[in-house]
Design a protein around this ligand. Structure first.
Ligand SMILES: C[S@@+](CC[C@H](N)C(=O)[O-])C[C@H]1O[C@@H](n2cnc3c(N)ncnc32)[C@H](O)[C@@H]1O
Length: 269
């Protein structure tokens, strides 16, 4: 397997929640800048044509990422709006309250923790995992796919990047990549939605947030599953006649590659 199981600060339960949310706030901003909404909305639109669902249950939602914009796009011209339930293993109460208090049509963030590995007990609907699948170690990742298939639940996994850099080169470039990402954070922070005083303080005065973001971002790259990892390991024993799997590059509106996706769908009888 090419993927390597490095740590990310985000995965530690001792990480103060304001740091975790600052990281996911920055990620949400980056996704907005990259217009990822269009990429994901197009994928979900296609899924809806093949398999109808009334709710999307997003696992590992962080600060909401791209999904709130996506649901607005999906429901824009629809007579049967789809609900969006955001969930996370570490839901930050102030992020949850903030999103819920906006009373965005058809959107709710669940207060209680939901572990993506507890896939079987997640509420009904299309499950989505936006930039969170690489957080799952191989056994858990495999189990999620297996459970989706066994329970005939539709599942869309999207990762904004791809693990295609040789690992030696990744290590060699790491110092410069970290510096670039730290500088990026310094420029991005003023544009973060719901920016808090703490995020400003721990960015510009004590720059813990830029360092955590830079490490987690770089580690994420090599933690992503490659197509071969998915085909030869995660999906190896999972082929059957009642469920289909598709792994492909995601494309933006100009047809350029922008991340990749894994789509699991029950076959229509
Ligand atoms: C990189 S962030 C992505 C956040 C958001 N989906 C986005 O695209 O901006 C990964 C998120 O997955 C969550 N996460 C990590 N492990 C998880 C698990 N086992 N179950 C549910 N969420 C998890 C983290 O708390 C974090 O919010």
């Amino acid at each position: 397997m090419k993927r390597i199981q490095l740590f990310e600060f985000e995965d530690f339960n001792w990480l103060p929640s304001f740091i975790r949310s600052s990281i996911t706030n920055l990620l949400a901003l980056l996704l907005k800048m990259l217009k990822t909404k269009d990429v994901v909305a197009a994928l979900i639109h296609d899924i809806k044509m093949q398999h109808d669902f009334k709710q999307i249950v997003d696992l590992g939602s962080g600060s909401g990422g791209v999904m709130i914009d996506v649901i607005e796009e999906i429901n824009k011209n629809s007579n049967t709006p789809v609900n969006l339930l955001l969930t996370d293993l570490y839901p930050n109460a102030s992020v949850v309250n903030n999103i819920n208090s906006l009373n965005i049509k058809n959107v709710r963030y669940q207060h209680e923790s939901l572990n993506a590995t507890d896939f079987k007990n997640a509420p009904e609907g299309l499950k989505t995992m936006m930039n969170s699948f690489h957080h799952m170690p191989p056994e858990s990742a495999k189990n999620i796919l297996k459970t989706a298939q066994e329970n005939k639940q539709p599942l869309l996994i999207y990762e904004m990047g791809e693990n295609n850099i040789p690992i030696l080169l990744w290590w060699l470039l790491l110092p410069i990549s970290i510096v670039i990402m730290v500088v990026m954070v310094l420029f991005m922070t003023p544009f973060v939605k719901n920016l808090t005083f703490k995020q400003v303080l721990f960015t510009y005065l004590i720059p813990i947030i830029p360092l955590v973001y830079a490490w987690d971002g770089q580690a994420s790259l090599v933690r992503m599953y490659t197509f071969k990892d998915i085909e030869n390991y995660l999906l190896k024993d999972l082929q059957n006649d009642s469920y289909t799997w598709k792994i492909d590059h995601a494309k933006n509106v100009k047809g350029k590659k922008q991340g990749y996706y894994i789509l699991g769908l029950p076959k229509n009888k």
